[in-house]
Every structure is written in structure tokens, then in C-alpha cells.
Design a protein around this ligand. Structure first.
Ligand SMILES: C[S@@+](CC[C@H](N)C(=O)[O-])C[C@H]1O[C@@H](n2cnc3c(N)ncnc32)[C@H](O)[C@@H]1O
Length: 320
């Protein structure tokens, strides 16, 4: 994306906004979300889980809409860059990393470009998705990524202790049952050489239909209707934060579970962060500065909600 970096508004977005400004923004968001937050905090029961209709994303139109949303300027870019940065902080120094449910590989390619010394294997069960991923890969011209059709609950193509990093973004909710989530975690533990790096992120299931509707439609001005519908279905199919907390120890004792503050709409399970080189930090800061102020704001909102939820690191800062 080409952005005029000389405009004052863009220059303002390039630098880190002061902490108090971010706090004010987070406070304003909290006020806006207050009815939904209180409804979620007061609800006794989780919504029943509604597994995805398109468990493995094979529908051509659905695949095309999902991939297209990651290529144009919208809030999806903020989410990609957020996970690229935090995932890179988790896997830094890993040599062989597997991405479970890589989909169109837009997220994977951003991570792989920033970690050229690591070899990445993108796994997906959908041939449609893998076709799109192959096109993206050839466009990007990266040589450290390969793709593989496989089920993330059965990674038998990988030997025990054969990778030192496992990542997965927005995929676990596609698993049909909680037993499949357990199977997937046991496979992660089997293929990962200890101590290994783990970065898994996805939605968590909310407790009320109105909250699901509100949060899935938050960016409806910005995203195609098909992507909004996909987000709503994903939230209904998501596992609960408790489902993840109960299975955390299957992965490793060093895994931490973070979620967005007050309402666990999104979660990240990760092993301890590692030291990033100055070069990687500079590149991340540059990628952030290339976002338009609006998308940069969306990125900072995500950072604030995870920071208040306990994810304190700032991979976009040069001086950590
Ligand atoms: C919502 S997409 C996420 C793609 C990508 N990780 C991202 O962040 O954009 C979920 C992907 O998981 C894949 N998937 C679903 N169930 C799977 C399974 N059991 N094994 C492998 N891939 C699966 C789907 O085909 C789809 O490509």
C-alpha cells in the first residue's frame, strides 16, 4: 500500500501515540462497549456452540471473499500486523515452524518474510485455500514457505520433536468438537521439540447473542458483508476461554493464555516472548507506520485491549 508519508496526519500516526492518548481512546471504547461488557459479565451461561457450516473452507466464493479481505486496506490488516508482531516475538530464533490452518497464507507470508532464517510449513485441509495460498506464495516470492494438505488433528506427516515452533491464527474454531481441540493440542505437543515456541490465537465464545452481533458488526462499514457474516459464524463456533484454559497444560507448562480485557472476545496462547533484534523491531515499526491512521488506530485498539488483558510487550517499540 502506498501512503503519502508527508502529510501531518500520517506523520502523527507514524510515531507511537503517547500512553495517555491510548488510555483515553481505550476509555472511550470501554464506554461505548459498556452495555455489552456488562451483559457479558452478568450472563451465567455461555451460548451453545454452533460449529462452522463450512468446517474446512472449500466453498470457492467464501475462500475468495476471505482472501480478498486480507489484500485491501481495512481493519483485517491491523489484525494481521498485530499477530505478525506478537507471533514473531514468540518464535524468534526458531528454525522450523508449522502454521496450522494457514488458509490463504496472507498472515503466514507476513510472518515468514519477517523471519527469513526459519522454514515455515503452512498446513490446511482445503484444496481451494491451498490453491490461493500457492498463488500468494508465488506472488511474494518467498523461498522459506512450503504448503501441505493435512488435518491439524493428525499431523502424522511430521515426526515427533520435528519442529521448534507452532503457530495458528483464527483456525481452531473450525474444529468440529472440543475433543478435536484436545487432539490438535496433543499433536502440537508431539511434534514440538521442547521447549519450543507456541503462538495460537482465535475468537472465544461470548455469552449473549446481542454481544456476538455487536462485536461481529463493529467493522461493517469497512468489510464486505460476506466477511462480517463469516466473523459472526466464527464467533458462534468459537471455543470458550475455559475450553482453552482447561487444555493449556497439554501444550507446555510455559504457555500463557491472554484474552482481551473484560470481554474475552479474542485469545492468544503463547510461550514466553523472546528478544527481537533491532532490525526486526525497526521493520515492524516501519510496517506500522505504513498503515493509514485509521488502520493504525485499529491496531492500537487491539494492542490496548490485549495489554489490559495482560499482554504487556510492545514489539513495535525500538527501545525494548
Ligand atoms: C478462518 S481460516 C484462517 C486462515 C489463516 N490462518 C488466517 O489467519 O487468515 C481457517 C482455515 O482453517 C482451515 N481448516 C479448518 N479445519 C481444518 C482442519 N481440521 N485441518 C486443517 N485445516 C483446517 C480452513 O480450511 C481455513 O483455511
Amino acid at each position: 500500500m502506498q501512503v503519502d508519508t508527508k502529510t501531518p496526519v500520517h506523520q502523527a500516526a507514524q510515531s507511537e501515540s503517547p500512553g495517555w492518548q491510548r488510555l483515553v481512546r481505550a476509555g472511550q471504547d470501554l464506554l461505548r462497549y459498556a452495555p455489552h461488557i456488562s451483559r457479558e459479565l452478568l450472563a451465567f451461561r455461555d451460548l451453545p456452540r454452533e460449529p462452522e457450516l463450512d468446517l474446512v473452507m472449500e466453498d470457492g466464493e467464501h475462500v475468495a471473499a476471505y482472501a480478498a479481505a486480507g489484500r485491501v486496506e481495512n481493519t483485517t490488516l491491523a489484525s494481521y500486523l498485530f499477530h505478525t508482531a506478537h507471533c514473531t516475538e514468540t518464535i524468534a530464533g526458531a528454525r522450523r515452524v508449522v502454521d496450522l490452518g494457514c488458509g490463504p497464507a496472507i498472515q503466514l507470508l507476513q510472518i515468514a518474510a519477517l523471519n527469513p532464517d526459519a522454514e515455515f510449513i503452512g498446513v490446511d485441509l482445503s484444496t481451494e485455500m491451498l490453491d490461493v495460498a500457492r498463488q500468494e506464495l508465488s506472488r511474494a516470492g518467498l523461498t522459506n514457505v512450503s504448503l501441505r494438505r493435512a488435518d491439524i488433528t493428525d499431523l502424522s506427516f511430521l515426526d515427533d520433536d520435528s519442529v521448534d515452533g507452532v503457530v495458528s491464527t483464527m483456525t481452531l474454531h473450525h474444529l468440529p468438537t472440543a475433543d478435536d481441540l484436545t487432539r490438535c493440542f496433543l499433536e502440537i505437543r508431539r511434534v514440538l521439540t521442547p521447549p519450543g515456541a507456541i503462538y495460537l490465537t482465535d475468537f472465544c465464545r461470548l455469552r449473549s447473542n446481542r454481544s456476538v452481533h455487536f462485536f461481529s458488526h463493529l467493522n461493517e462499514h469497512d468489510l464486505p458483508a460476506a466477511v462480517i457474516l463469516d466473523a459472526e459464524r466464527s464467533m458462534r463456533a468459537a471455543f470458550t476461554r475455559r475450553d482453552y484454559a482447561r487444555r493449556m497444560r497439554l501444550l507446555s507448562t510455559s504457555v500463557r493464555l491472554r484474552s482481551t480485557f473484560l470481554v474475552p472476545l479474542l485469545m492468544i496462547m503463547h510461550t514466553p516472548r523472546r528478544v527481537l533484534s533491532g532490525d526486526v523491531r525497526r521493520r515492524l515499526a516501519a510496517m506500522r507506520s505504513e498503515l493509514s491512521p485509521r488502520i493504525c488506530g485499529a491496531l492500537d485498539d487491539l494492542r490496548s485491549f490485549f495489554r489490559m488483558g495482560g499482554l504487556h510487550s510492545n514489539p513495535f517499540s525500538w527501545d525494548n
